[in-house]
Design a protein around this ligand. Structure first.
Ligand code: COA
Length: 336
C-alpha cells in the first residue's frame, strides 16, 4: 500500500462503566434537586459512579473490550491515545498508567486534553499517524471519572447532576478499502470562553503559593463552574455549523448519513440541533438517559452500544460531532 492510499478505519469498539448506578432519586436525598428537574432539563435518569477505580482503570476495561472486538491484543498496539479531562493525577497522564496496566513495556502513550471534543481530536491524531505510515494499530480511549471532582451539595447541583463516569475505546488501523474509513476530522477551539466552563483550581496561574489555597477551597474553585445557558447556546450553534462543515467537506447531505452520533451532554441540545437541521430523531440515538454526560467517553460509548445492538453496521456512514469546554468542537463522517 503506497502512502497516499493508506486510509484509517475503526476496526473494534468497547465500553465500560463502573457497576454503581446513581439515580436522580438518589441525588434528591443529598441535595436540593428533583428527578423531574433533571429529566426535563437534560434527559438524564441515572449515571454510573466509581467507588475505588480511577480513569486509567475504566480505560483499561474499555480497551480490553475493543481488543476483543478488533481481534487483537494489547501487544499489537503501536500507540495509545487517551482523551480525558479527569486524569488520575495532575501528571503523569492517565495514558501512562493505562500503558502499564496493559502490561506493555515501551509502547508510546499520550493524553489528549480537549474535554468533550477529546475523542474526536484523538481520532484525528490517530488517523494522521496511520495515514502517514508512522503506526499500524492505535488504541484510542475516551475515559472520565467525573464523580470525585463534582460538588454533590446544593451549591454544585447545576453541574453535578449532569455528569457520569465511563469509558469508550476504539482500535484504529489502516484500511484496505474506501468503504470503511475515517473522513476528515474538522477541529475548532475558542479559548476566549475558557472560563465559561472550567475547573479553575488547582492551577499554576498566579504563581507560587496559589496552586490551591484554603480560600480556593472555601470558594469551591476545585469544582467545575459552568454558565449553563451560555454553554447551551454555543453548543447548539457550533454543532449545527460543524455538521454542515463536515457534510460539505465530504460532499454528502443529511439524507446520506445513516446515524448521527452526537456527544451526549444534554438531550435538549441534540434535539434542538436535529430540529434545526431537519435530522430525523430516529437517526440520533442517545444513551445519556443511562450514563449522563461522560465527556470524552460519550461518543465511543454510544458507538459501541450501537455496534453491539446492531443499529450500526459495517459500511454505515456515521456523523460524529461534539462540543465542550475550551470551547472546543469537532466533527467527522466515519464510514464504519
Ligand atoms: N436541581 C434543581 N434546580 C436546579 C438545579 C438542579 N440540579 N440546577 C440548577 N437549578 C435551578 C437554578 O438554580 C435556577 O433557579 P432560579 O431560577 O431560582 O435561579 C433554575 O434551576 C433554572 O436554572 P436555569 O439555569 O435557568 O436552567 P436551564 O433551563 O438553563 O438548564 C442546564 C440548566 C445546565 C441544564 C442548561 O443550561 C444546559 O443544558 N446547559 C448546557 C450544559 C452542558 O451541556 N454542558 C456541557 C457541555 S459539554
Amino acid at each position: 500500500m503506497s502512502l497516499t492510499q493508506i486510509k484509517a478505519k475503526i476496526t473494534g469498539t468497547g465500553m465500560y462503566v463502573p457497576p454503581k448506578v446513581v439515580s436522580n432519586f438518589d441525588l434528591e436525598k443529598i441535595m436540593d434537586t428533583s428527578d423531574e428537574w433533571i429529566r426535563q432539563r437534560s434527559g438524564i435518569e441515572t449515571r454510573h459512579q466509581v467507588e475505588d477505580q480511577g480513569t486509567a482503570d475504566l480505560a483499561y476495561e474499555a480497551a480490553l473490550k475493543a481488543f476483543e472486538s478488533a481481534q487483537c491484543s494489547a501487544k499489537d498496539i503501536d500507540l495509545i491515545i487517551l482523551a480525558t479531562l479527569s486524569a488520575d493525577h495532575m501528571f503523569p497522564g492517565s495514558s501512562a498508567l493505562l500503558q502499564a496496566r496493559l502490561g506493555l513495556e515501551t509502547t508510546p502513550s499520550m493524553d489528549l486534553r480537549a474535554q468533550c471534543s477529546g475523542f474526536l481530536y484523538s481520532l484525528s491524531v490517530a488517523k494522521s499517524f496511520i495515514e502517514s505510515g508512522a503506526y499500524k494499530r492505535i488504541l484510542v480511549v475516551g475515559a472520565e471519572t467525573h464523580s470525585p471532582i463534582l460538588d454533590y451539595t446544593t451549591r454544585g447541583r447545576d453541574v453535578a447532576v449532569l455528569f457520569g463516569d465511563g469509558a469508550g475505546a476504539v482500535i484504529v488501523e489502516a484500511s484496505p478499502d474506501a468503504t470503511s474509513q475515517i473522513g476528515k476530522v474538522i477541529l475548532h477551539s475558542q479559548g476566549q470562553f475558557a472560563d465559561r466552563l472550567w475547573v479553575e483550581r488547582p492551577g499554576t496561574r498566579g504563581g507560587s503559593g496559589k496552586w490551591l489555597t484554603q480560600d480556593h477551597l472555601a470558594e469551591g474553585k476545585q469544582y467545575p463552574y459552568m454558565e449553563g445557558r451560555y454553554v447551551y447556546k454555543h453548543a447548539v450553534e457550533r454543532l449545527q455549523e460543524v455538521v454542515k462543515e463536515v457534510l460539505e467537506t465530504e460532499g454528502l447531505t443529511i439524507a446520506d448519513i445513516d446515524c448521527f452520533l452526537f456527544h451526549q451532554a444534554n438531550i435538549r441540545i441534540n434535539e434542538k440541533v436535529a430540529e434545526l437541521l431537519h435530522i430525523p430523531l430516529e437517526k440520533c440515538p442517545s444513551n445519556i438517559q443511562k450514563y449522563g454526560n461522560c465527556s470524552a467517553a460519550s461518543i465511543p460509548m454510544l458507538l459501541d452500544e450501537m455496534v453491539r445492538s446492531g443499529r450500526v453496521k459495517r459500511g454505515d456512514k456515521l456523523l460524529m460531532a461534539a462540543f465542550g469546554a475550551g470551547f472546543t468542537w469537532a466533527g467527522s463522517v466515519v464510514r464504519f
